[in-house]
Design a protein around this ligand. Sequence first.
Ligand SMILES: *Cc1c(COP(=O)(O)O)cnc(C)c1O
Length: 823
Amino acid sequence: MYHISYSIAEVSKLIDARSFTPISNAALHTLAFDSRKLGDIHHALFFALQGRRNGHEFIAEAYDAGVRNFVVSDERFFPGKYTDANFLLVADTLQALQMLTAHHRSLFDIPVIGITGSNGKTIVKEWLYQLLAPEKNVVRSPKSYNSQIGVPLSVWAMSEEHTMAIFEAGVSRSGEMSSLEEIIKPTIGILTNIGQAHNEGFGSLEEKIAEKLKLFKDTDLFIYSPKYLQGYTGDIPGKQQFTWCWNGKADLEIIDGEISEDNKFQFLRGKYLGLDVQCLIPFTDAASVENAICCWATMLALGYSPLIADQRIEKLQPVRMRLELKTGINNCSVIDDSYSLDISSLAIALDFLKQQKQHQQRTLILSDIPEAGTDSETLYTQVAALLENKKVDRLIGIGSEIGKHAGKFGISHAFFPDTATFLENLDELGLANESILLKGARRFEFERISKALTQKVHETVLEINLNALENNLNYYKSQLKPGVKITTMVKAFSYGSGSFEIANLLQFNKVDYLAVAFADEGVSLRSSGITLPIMVMNPDVMGFDTMIDNNLEPEIYSLRVLKDFIAVLNRKNREDYPVHIKLDTGMHRLGFVGTELEALLPELKATKVVRVKSAFSHLTSSEDPASDDFTRQQIALFKEWTSLIESAVGYPVIKHLANTSAISRWPEAQFDMVRLGIGLYGIDSVYQGKASPLETVATLKTSISQIKTLKAGETVGYNRRGVLRQDGKVATVKIGYADGYNRKLGNGTGKMMVRGKVVPTIGSICMDMCMLDITGVDAREGDEVIVFNRDISVEWIAEQLGTIPYEILTGISQRVKRVYYYE
Ligand SMILES: *Cc1c(COP(=O)(O)O)cnc(C)c1O
C-alpha cells in the first residue's frame, strides 16, 4: 500500500512548471498544503495555495519542519532564500495540484463511482463502501472531502491494490464541477438529490442541476431519480442510465413502505425488471431512507441480485462522523473519534490530538485496523511512522493483530488482546493529565472505553460545534480589510462555551490576540499551553505579579493603574512590557477621556518600562441604526485621541475599536484590529431575521427522566402553577434554573424540542428539573430533549426573557458538561 512515488522531475513535467531542483532525487508521495498538519516531511510536496491566507506565507514554517519540496506561484519564492530545497514555479498552484492528481487518477483502470447532490453524499459514499466491501477493495474520500482541495487529496490515495473507488464532489457555485470531473473521471455516477432552493452561487435551479450533472458527462452509467430532474431541459448524461422513483416509472420503482412496530426498520416493496422486490432498511427517518434507496438502486445497477442487496442493506450501520472532545477522568482530555477506522482517518484524528496543548502527554488507544487488501506488515509500519510524525507519546494497542507488531513502535507502548482485558487493567495504566485519542474499529466497541474514561455527569450537555466556530471565524476574517488583525474575546469561559478547548482552536487558526476579563482566566489558558498574546481587560493590582509571570498584558484604563503597574515592573526589573490603553469615547465604563490624556501622555513618553502595544475603545451601540450618529462621534474621537498617543510615544500602536456587529456594519472602524466576540459563537444582531452567513455553535440538550399521563384539571409542579386543560402527558426533564435555564421560562414561556416537535414548559421551573407538556407527542423516557439549537435559538429565548443572547450563553452553569465536536 505504499503510495506510488513521483520524482521531482516527473512532477515538474506533469504540472508544467519551471523548476529549481537541487535535490534531484527527491521521491514524493505525500501532498501537503497546511503547514500546521505536516506528516512524512521527507516525501511531502507542499503546495502554496492561495486561500483566505496566502500559502506562500507558510513556506518558512514548512521548511523549518523539514519539508524540502514546494510548488509556488510567486516568483519571489523561486527559490527565495532557500537554495537547498526544490521549488516548482507555476501560474496557479491549485490548478497544479489538480493536474497532478488528475494524472494520478489516469493511471488506474478500475470502476470509479462519483457522487454528488445537495445532501447525502457522504452517507451514500460510506454505505456503498459498507455494501461493496465483501468483493471490492475500495478507496474512498475521507470524511466529506469533496471540495476543490478535498477531491485531489482523495484521489491521491488511489493505489495499486484498490479495485474500486468512490469519491464525492461538492460545488457551491457555477463553474466548479468541471475541474472536479477532470480529477475524478467517474465511470459510474450517482446523483443523490437536489435541494429545491437555489442557493447563492447559482443563477437558477436549472443552472444548479446543470452544474452538478457535469460530473457525469463521461460516465458509462448514471444512477438518479427523475424526480430531481423535473423541469431540467438539458441532456441527461451517461451512456446508460438507471433510475429509481417512488410510484413512478423507473428501473427501480418503489411501491410502498411500512415502518416496523418498534420504529427501527422501514420495509420497502418495489418493482425491478418486472419482478417484485423488497428491501428492509434499518432506519426510518426520511433522509436515511432516501439515501438507502440510492444505495439499493446502485447495487441493482451494478448487477447485484435483489436478494444480496436486501441482505446487505438490512445490516447497514449508521455513519458517525463525529470527533468529540470531552473532559475525562484524572484530568485527562478524551478525544473520541467514531468515524470508521482506516489510515487516512487516523491521520486526520492525530492532527486534532496534536493540536491539544493542555497536556504534555499524548496517548493513542488504537484497535486493530481492518485491513483493506494491505498486508499487515506494511500497514503497521505505516502506522508506526505516522505516530512518530504526529508526535504521539504513547500507544495502547487493542487486538490480536496490532500486538504482533509491537516491535515496530519506537514510542512507549502497551498491548491488550481485547477491549475487556484493557478495561480490567485500566487502573494500572495510570492514565492521568494527558490527551487521549480513541480510535477503534466498530467491533472493538470503543464506546465502552469512552464511557470508562469520561466523567459521569448528569445528562444535560452543551455541545459545541467546532466546525461552525471555525466557519464563523473565517467569515469574519473574510470581512476584514487587508492587514487588519483579529482579537477573539474568550472572556467568561468563551461566552459560556469553554476555555482551552476554544483557545486551542483559535491558536491553531492563528488569530492575533486573545482577550479575557480577569487575570485568572489568562493564567488558566497559559497553563493549558496557550502561547498567543493575551490581553486582560480588568486587571487588578493584586494580580500584577501573576500577570507578569504569565506574560499577560493589561488594559490600562486609568493613571492609577498605570502607575501601580509600572511600580511592579520596576521591582521586577522589566522593560518594554506591552500594555493596552483603554479610551473612553462614550461608554463611560473604563478608560481615559480626552481631558485625561494631558496627564497620561507625558507619563507614557517618559517611561521605558511599558510599551503601548495598542490603544482601544469600545462602541456602545454598533448594532443599532438609531445610534449611528453617536457611533460616528465615537469613531471620530477615537481617531483623534489615538493619533495624539502615537505622536506622544513616537511609534505606531495597534488601534482597535470594532466589536462583532461593527465588523460588517462599520468597516471604517476596523482600524488595525477588531475584537470579535459573540459573532464567533454564531450570533450577530446584524443578521437577525435575515439569511445569516453564521452557523450555530452551541446546542443545549437534556433528556426525559419520566413521563406521566394526567387528567384534565390536574396540576404540575410547585404551587400547582401548571394546570392541564385536557387529559394529557407531561415529561420531566433534567434541566433547571441551577443549570442556567431561567425560572421565567416556566409556564409555557419556554419551549423545547422532543422528537422534532416543539413543546411548551408547564408549571414552574425547578432547581434541577422542569416539566414539559408533551401531549400528542410520541415520546419515550430517555429521549433526547433540545433546549436550544438552530431551531429554538438563543436569540429567541433571550427575547422571551427580555434580555440579550450574551446573558443566556454565559449563564449556562458550569455543571453542564461541555462536549466539543468536529464533523
Ligand atoms: C466583550 C467585548 C467585546 C466583544 O463584543 P461582541 O459584541 O461580543 O463582539 C469587544 N470589546 C470589549 C472591550 C468587550 O468587553
